[in-house]
Design a protein around this ligand. Structure first.
Ligand SMILES: [Zn+2]
Length: 426
């Protein structure tokens, strides 16, 4: 009999204590049902809920079951495990496990509840019931985590992460010099001043970002248009609203300007450069709510280098193209040195989503089917993109080279924990 044990990644002790404990119970169960453990398979600190996460012990178990014997040649006549959810929490794994287990006749599956016949309909149904319970539990657990983040955000607790420009380390109290600069910049901008000029003034005055970098037009724009300047709390790139009133959630920190001033300064920018626009398909707050008509709008950043050696990172905006192959192109609005065929970039995004996403960020098969069958509309597709990448950096093309080079579009993956980003100069 094969004995399998697994602890999940969030298990407190990763020292194998949990695994050893399970193996001991397996021994006891096997003994109670007149079986003997001849091989042990363990996965310590491995989740079974996420697709693409390797479980070497599980894979070895399936290999040995299919082959009929363990490494030393002893026949395997069944599997013992404390509970089904150690073995599988996803339908794919259940199917693989059952196929391997029943690849030879006469095997049993044993757990704390007794011996099960994996060849019978009842045995399979019971496994499916366990799977359903596991899937529900996984869903409830991730819901619980996002509820926790949401509850904190609604309380107006500041973002974690780097200190935002304008506030002290407590993220509540205004930084005297920085907040004055930010307020002045907002007033200047509303009065018609170019952001580049403001950034240059800050550089000349020796102002640096909270992590020591030199201000540029983009970072200054981010600072001015971040909802936090007027006390509004954003969450995952969208303004957080109170569910009861629909009013923006107010943060606990001291604001730099009034909401009206913030709206006024946002209105001086094209939507693409606003803080709230970063890496997300969420609706704008200011100006017209023009919904983008192209898949890549808002997701593409300029990969060109400016004359001073710093990366441009301006937003690429869709424009009319000149050829039949590229009826539209995405072009950098800041430096105009980077441009990419619209269909090429959109195809590259699709490949990134479905072929290049790392484990943990892969989209479910159902999403791919909706996407590729044409069922998913533009908004839905853009939400899919926003769920796994923050943006893509587009490398400028080589002049005269018209090859269709997907690698020019390089994704920046979302962190698995979806931690909200902050607008500190970085
Ligand atoms: Zn550029």
């Amino acid at each position: 009999m094969a004995s399998y044990a697994r602890t999940s990644e969030d298990f407190r002790q990763r020292d194998g204590h949990g695994v050893r404990h399970q193996l001991r119970i397996n021994e006891r169960i096997a003994h109670e049902y007149g079986c003997r453990v001849v091989a042990v398979y363990t996965d310590n600190g491995c989740t079974a809920s996420k697709p693409g996460v390797a479980r070497p012990g599980f894979d070895r178990l399936l290999g040995d079951l299919t082959r009929g014997h363990e490494a030393d040649g002893q026949a395997l006549d069944g599997v013992v495990c404390v509970a089904d959810d150690r073995l599988y929490r996803r339908p794919e794994d259940l199917a693989r496990f059952f196929a391997a287990l029943t690849s030879r006749p006469g095997r049993v599956y044993v757990d704390q509840r007794g011996v099960r016949d994996p060849y019978s309909q009842e045995g399979l149904l019971e496994a499916v019931r366990s799977l359903e319970a596991a899937v529900t539990e996984t869903r409830v657990r991730s819901q619980r985590v996002s509820n926790w983040h949401w509850a904190r955000a609604v309380e107006g607790v500041p973002h974690s992460g780097p200190r935002p420009f304008g506030w002290l380390g407590d993220r509540i109290t205004l930084h005297p010099e920085e907040s004055t600069l930010a307020e002045q910049a907002i007033n200047d901008r509303i009065g018609g001043k170019a952001v580049r000029a403001i950034a240059r003034e800050w550089c000349d005055a020796g102002v640096t970002g909270t992590r020591g970098s030199r201000p540029n037009a983009q970072t200054v724009t981010q600072i001015m248009t971040a909802p936090r300047v007027c006390g509004y709390r954003a969450n995952r790139g969208a303004l957080l609203l109170m569910p009861e009133t629909g009013q923006p959630v107010l943060g606990q920190w001291e604001p730099i300007v009034t909401p009206d001033r913030w709206k006024a300064v946002c209105a001086t920018f094209s939507p693409g450069s606003l803080y709230l626009h970063r890496g997300s398909g969420t609706p704008r707050l200011t100006g017209q709510r023009a919904s983008p008509r192209h898949l890549g709008s808002g997701f593409l950043r300029c990969g060109a280098t400016r004359s001073d050696g710093t990366p441009c990172r301006g937003a690429l905006c869709a424009q009319k193209g000149r050829s039949r192959k590229s009826p539209y192109v995405y072009t950098c609005g800041s430096c105009a040195h980077c441009s990419i065929s619209g269909p090429l970039a959109d195809e590259a995004l699709e490949r990134i989503l479905f072929s290049e996403a790392p484990p943990g960020l892969r989209l479910p098969e159902s999403v791919r089917r909706r996407w590729q069958s044409g069922e998913a509309g533009l908004d839905e597709k853009r939400r899919n993109i926003a769920s796994i990448i923050t943006c893509c950096v587009v490398r400028p093309g080589v002049k005269g080279n018209h090859a269709w080079d997907y690698s020019r579009v390089e994704p920046l993956w979302r962190l698995p924990d979806h931690s909200p980003s902050t607008a500190a100069i970085g």
